[in-house]
Design a protein around this ligand. Structure first.
Ligand code: URA
Ligand code: SF4
Length: 183
């Protein structure tokens, strides 16, 4: 684990630790406030993210931004990252070897930020961070505390595009996050 952002960011440059390096245009490291109280974690870059090098800037990201605006969450105030930092081909799920190769970067980001709350966006983030035994449909909307960090699993923003009911759940889950008793 690196103790500074500079060392961490240098360590990921030209990363070839897994096969996702082969098809990528950009490593999508993460964006936002390095002192954030809240981190949002998605799955991995899609086509727009790969092209622009920033997480959640495509269709799902626009919907997430809209929810943020509605709730008064500022993208600059929070931190946004992903489980894997290079785009899986055709947006397939990241595979176990890819997650294993990449997840230490995310762990290091969390270690440096020291958030109070982590929002897990969808099944891939939930299962790879808290454990494969969790089901997103059961875990979403409920706080899970581990080692002093409070986790809020919710739907992945892309799922909201297909299901209106999930939009309401998503807003409710983020309202819970906003009413967290931050120190
Ligand atoms: N979906 C994700 O999981 N992450 C992104 O950054 C964009 C879409
Ligand atoms: Fe490296 Fe992660 Fe990209 Fe794989 S996905 S090449 S581990 S940065």
């Amino acid at each position: 684990m690196f103790k500074s952002w500079e060392e961490l960011e240098n360590s990921i440059k030209d990363c070839k630790k897994c096969k996702l390096c082969e098809g990528r245009q950009n490593i999508v490291f993460g964006v936002g406030n390095k002192d954030a109280k809240i981190i949002f974690i998605g799955e991995g870059p899609g086509a727009d993210e790969d092209r622009l090098g920033e997480p959640f800037v495509g269709k799902a990201g626009k919907l997430m931004n809209f929810a943020f605006q509605t709730l008064g969450i500022n993208r600059q105030e929070v931190y946004i990252g992903n489980v894997v930092k290079c785009r899986p081909p055709k947006n397939r799920d990241p595979q176990e070897d890819e997650v294993n190769a990449c997840i230490d970067y995310l762990r290091n980001q969390v270690m440096l930020i020291k958030p109070q709350v982590i929002v897990l966006l969808g099944r891939i983030a939930l299962q790879n961070i808290l454990g494969q035994e969790y089901k997103i449909s059961e875990a979403r909307g409920k706080w899970i505390e581990k080692k002093g960090i409070y986790y809020m699993p919710t739907w992945h923003p892309a799922a909201l595009l297909r299901d209106e009911k999930k939009k309401i759940d998503f807003i409710k889950d983020l309202q819970k996050v906003l009413s967290f008793n931050f120190k």
